[in-house]
Write a protein of this length. Sequence first.
Length: 344
Amino acid sequence: MAERVDAAVSPPSFGELLENWRMVLTQGNLPEGRAVDGVSRWLLITRAAVFSMTITSGLIGGLLAAASASDPHWGYFTLALAGLVLAHAANNMINDWFDTTGGVDTAQYTRALYAPHPLLSGLISKRGLVTAIALTNLLDLAILVTLTQARGWPVAAFALAGLFISVFYVAPPLKLKHHGLGEPGVFVVWGPLMIGGTYYVTAGDVPAWVWLASLPYAITVTTVLIGKHVDKFEQDAARGIHTLPVLFGRERSLRLNQALMIAFYPIVLALVVTGSLGWGVLLVGAALPRLVQVLRLYNEPKPAAPPEGYRIWPLWYVALAFHHNKLAGGLFVLGLVVNLAVGA
């Protein structure tokens, strides 16, 4: 009997490729029925949908430096921002590697349900993932050496502190996520380390007020992780992974996340009142309607099934927190641009 030959599948048009990339970047997944193209594959493997948080932290550090430093170095800033994104990509791949080899990530675990898992879905082999991690870290090391030679040892201190938290977030023997230290670690990395580090690379020093200015956005990034761990509450508890939601309880963690989202606004206001930041950042007030929407949904039960077109089910609370994070963080960056433009 003759072997059946499947009809050739026509290659995607450029418009379809752009739609693939947009969907992966905005929703962490591909449109229904689409084949994985090369770019989408790497966007999925590195979880590029969440890179916006790292880019926002870097932009905050650079814009703070632009407004206050006498001679900001934009070449160093660009290198630092690229280094942060590469570090985030490496961190995501490292997490998937250790969670898979450690038996946490399985076909039934949340990580493999809301988006293609690099290893479990066959996007890349174990050897390929290790190679990608190594190459990404080598590129980051080259940037680190360049910036350390230019700005001195504090650059290495910022980078190594971030690397320590990122690797041992899931890697043994510390496994910070397993002991309620993952959320504080994310707060430190996306706030003081990323924002303070980018400021230092751009300006050459870090005034004390920059540490305070790094806090509001760090809080919103932390709410994203808490939301994700609430979504995985039952599975993490069953596996003995003691994230903050597992330690505090589901309902207390939902209330904590609401309080942190709210706290973003009075902290920004306090920074303006004390003169640490110019009035332009008060543009974050335009995100208050979205905050109210997210707080309301946090008070309601999680839907029994995903809404139509929802692509990252069974995640829910993390998506709401990220929805708020993107607007609040984007308006904070826009406010810093306004400050720079008007000299506020």
